[in-house]
Design a protein around this ligand. Structure first.
Ligand SMILES: Cc1ncc(COP(=O)(O)O)c(C=O)c1O
Length: 401
């Protein structure tokens, strides 16, 4: 039987491919601390479940392909809280941020077109671009610069007649970098000058830990209205990854029409989950702020441990749910596998996401790993103790593996 080039060129998730080794370690009775995941362990707000129970229909109908109006209103009101103006008719509900990004690729790129993305980047961007036959052109960033962007000229050098847009997450997965207002302005200037789309993936918008940082979104700039596409999701903000609710928003009417074609082709997003998510606007108390402070505490805890492990280098992340660290190892992929197949400390080990999975450029990120702090404080502490001991043991045997 034949298979498409597309599916054969696509990689398995660099994070999920370690899972069988973790399962095998657990079968042997070893406790595995899962620091590779981006799955928050904080309870979703009650409002979500109330929304689900408030649904009184007796059948589960297809919903409007655009997404139900109350949910689009919820997204719109939520944007207002961040000083962003997106009307209900400028927002389409998608199956998570994932579908939103895929739709963007399908709508703005032909096969062979190019998208600039600051590297390292969220590993699934590779899958979405692969589905759409789009080439990623990485914008290099360095750990020494806390993964901030290069200057305008260096970004412009990467532009070719095939470039269609600039995609970035902000705060950044995997580095936790939050781009400054100046950096966002630079992206805007490049996009305007070269007539490019800006795809701002803001699924971590609420997780900025340094109060001195003033969050800047491209969606604040009126002159960029036609270029800007905002991607959002309730996955991380409300610990609702499995609900699969996200959105695309843009003021570019023509583009919105094309997105709607894509929405109609998949009929609708799960109706019940939309009702549940629509009720998130009625979340009581300080849910969002409390969650942010909780993650801030966890970030500080993990960062503090990492500072005391010899040979580990990492910027302190200002946002998102991850620390991207350089370890004193030659190949983090081998190290990550060894942790699961050959190592345990007091019958415990850990799972990390190897750095190369966040790069397209060959031989980059070879010593780096992404560590998630959306796990409990206990798991962070234990995981860091295992990491310190594992690195100590690994340095004596690395060359023989
Ligand atoms: C930067 C970024 N964008 C988009 C997504 C997709 O999120 P979802 O499809 O769950 O909304 C993720 C998930 O981890 C992410 O980290």
């Amino acid at each position: 039987m034949n298979f498409s080039n597309r599916i054969q060129e696509m990689n398995f998730s660099p994070i999920r491919k370690l899972m069988p080794f973790a399962d095998a370690a657990e079968k042997k009775g070893i406790k595995v601390y899962k620091l590779q995941i981006g799955q928050p362990n904080i309870a979703a707000p009650d409002s979500f479940f109330e929304g689900l129970h408030n649904y009184e229909g007796k059948i589960i109908p297809y919903s409007d392909s655009k997404g139900i109006l109350p949910l689009r209103e919820t997204f719109s009101k939520n944007y207002k809280k961040y000083g962003l103006s997106m009307g209900v008719d400028e927002i389409l509900v998608t199956q998570g941020g994932s579908e939103a990004i895929l739709f963007v690729m399908m709508a703005i790129c032909n096969i062979g077109d190019e998208i600039l993305i600051p590297e390292p980047f969220y590993s699934n961007y590779t899958s979405f671009t692969c589905f759409a036959g789009v080439k990623i052109v990485p914008i290099p960033t360095k750990i020494e610069d806390d993964f901030h962007l290069p200057n305008m000229e260096d970004i412009e050098k990467l532009i070719t007649p095939k470039t269609r847009g600039i995609l970035f997450s902000n705060p950044v997965n995997p580095t936790g970098t939050v781009y400054t207002g100046k950096e966002i302005e630079t992206i805007g200037k490049v996009a305007k000058k070269h007539n490019l789309y800006i795809i701002a993936d803001e699924v971590y918008r609420q997780f900025i830990y340094d109060e001195s940082i003033e969050y800047t979104s491209v969606a604040q700039f009126k002159e960029l209205e036609n270029n800007t596409i905002l991607v959002d999701s309730i996955s991380k903000h409300y610990s609702a990854c499995g609900a699969r609710i996200g959105s695309i928003a843009t003021k570019n009417k023509e583009l919105l029409g094309y997105f709607l074609k894509l929405c109609q082709s998949r009929l609708c997003v799960s109706t019940m989950e939309q009702y549940a998510a629509a009720n998130l606007i009625n979340t009581t108390g300080n849910y969002v702020e409390d969650v942010r402070l909780e993650y801030k505490k966890r970030r500080d805890l993990m960062y503090g441990y990492l500072q005391n492990i010899p040979g580990v280098v990492c910027p302190k992340p200002c946002g998102a749910l991850y620390i991207f660290a350089k370890l004193p190892v030659k190949e983090s992929e081998k190290f990550a596998k060894w942790l699961l197949t050959d190592y345990s400390y007091e019958n415990k080990t850990l799972m990390v996401a190897p750095g190369p999975g966040f790069y397209q450029t060959p031989n980059k990120g070879t010593s780096e790993v992404r560590l998630s702090f959306c796990i409990s404080e206990d798991d962070i502490e234990n995981g860091m103790i295992v990491l310190k001991n594992a690195l100590e043991a690994y340095k004596n045997i690395e060359d023989s593996i």
